[in-house]
Write a protein that binds this ligand. Sequence first.
Ligand code: CP
Length: 292
Amino acid sequence: MQHLVDTTGLSDGQIRAIIDDAARFKKHRPTALLRDKLLITLFFENSTRTRSSFEVAAKKLGASVVHLDPSRSSTNKGETLEDTFANLCAMEPDGVIIRHWDNETPRILADMEMTSVINAGAGKDTHPTQALLDLFTMQEHLGSLEGKSIAIVGDIASSRVAHSGMRLFPRMGMKVHLVAPDAFMPETDEFPRHAALAEIIDEVDVVMSLRAQLERHDMPIFEDYNEYAREYCITPELFGDRDILLLHPGPVMRNIDISDEMLKDPRCKVLEQVTNGVYIRMAVLKLLLLDS
Ligand code: CP
């Protein structure tokens, strides 16, 4: 039984297969490869993109999808997460797609070995399908990523997107720079750290902007995010005429993470990331439910 807890559990060959399948699915609509499969989505945190993207991906491959809304489930009557999961597994799904606020939840459920567990974002640490779709989007524009550089800008410490990317992108030969104020900088000294994007902008091929994850802060970090934006908002003035891809996992805080004008700039690939997310999730479902 194969799970997707993070991309660290995928071999290089499996990552290549996911990217190749995603590219093929984007070119030619596939047949209903997962016609007889049933997936259950279980999202303990809000989602616009990931949940609907998984559902669209599953349906494009002919699978059935059932969603359990935890706010209306028996978790509110005291049922443990493990018991909720075991009861869903008793309905014999082929996989459960889970988003949870705790870093360890996908691993704990995967270790129960009851069905294939697919991590749709856990705590501050892992969001493997986002990292894969970011990889796919960068490869589409840049070809090989060997020797390319990415600056990750914003609330890196609280970002599961950043942490999954920081594990995946160097595997592809990319150099990662971290750009953030001290309060948003993670403790790792594995990557070069910068207080301002201007310090490194001439050396990078990609900028990934991140939202301030206010819901994960124990106390307010900045009183005024307009002040933060003066340093970290991505604008046409900051980018100039440089040939740089701009990524953001969403949701974008307009004029704090990225300016209105920059969101319309052709270098900004935010909606392309969302489109690619469907193809990547199709490829992930194929790998986990059919090829493993
Ligand atoms: N990128 C991402 O995880 O977006 P959602 O929170 O809307 O799913």
